[in-house]
Design a protein. Structure first.
Length: 208
């Protein structure tokens, strides 16, 4: 009886170790795939975006160098598995789109010397959606302690769970699987930064 107990224990232990090792190999493989996808983006001129749910960060990068990094406080996903996907920003949607301000330099003043209203950050929205190629939509909102904004976030959560099941059925029947990803930034300024930086046509790497 005692011998049988130890045999079972050894078998279970070997099984657990095997699963742990296998999981580690899978994680390494995903990291390698993410690295290879980003190398391709880094070779091209200009900036690109990275939404890495594995590491919990959103980055604005150029030539592989992080120009701006934002921590993802919370995230949730719905729909198809994205894996490591490179796609372009198609459009941004928000209830009140910002109006851009045209600034004319003064005589003797060059354009690079003109500050664009502190990068126009104060006019950027904090709740919005970014639509990417491949039927991927990224919803962004900030973490907040303000009571009225908490109510707004609560309402957004209800819509998330009420609307997406119907969208899933409809898209499945139409043969158009989609991915819905919601991220919560640390504050409103970070949410505005992401909106300002993720312009239409920007190449992005999404790691799910």
């Amino acid at each position: 009886m005692r011998k049988t107990f130890w045999v079972v224990l050894i078998v279970l232990g070997a099984s657990i170790v095997g699963r742990a090792v296998g999981g580690g190999e899978k994680a390494v493989g995903r990291s390698r795939a993410s690295l290879e996808a980003e190398i391709a983006l880094a070779k091209a001129p200009g900036i690109y975006g990275v939404v890495d749910l594995e590491r919990g960060v959103v980055e604005i990068k150029g030539r592989g160098t992080a120009l701006k990094t934002f921590d993802i406080v919370r995230s949730k996903r719905w729909g198809k598995n994205v894996g490591q996907t490179t796609s372009k920003v198609l459009k941004k949607s928000t209830l009140f789109p910002p109006k851009r301000k045209n600034i004319t330099p003064k005589p003797g003043e060059e354009e690079p010397d003109v500050e664009l209203d502190v990068l126009e950050l104060s006019k950027m929205p904090t709740h919005y959606s970014i639509t990417l190629e491949g039927n991927i939509r990224l919803k962004v909102r900030p973490k907040t302690k303000h009571f009225l904004r908490r109510i707004r976030n609560f309402g957004s959560g209800i819509l998330w769970y009420a609307y997406l099941p119907f969208k899933t059925v409809w898209r499945t029947v139409a043969g158009k699987p989609f991915a819905e990803i919601q991220i919560v930034t640390g504050n409103e300024k970070e949410a505005r930064w992401i909106y300002w930086s993720f312009f239409e046509g920007l190449n992005c790497l999404v790691v799910d």
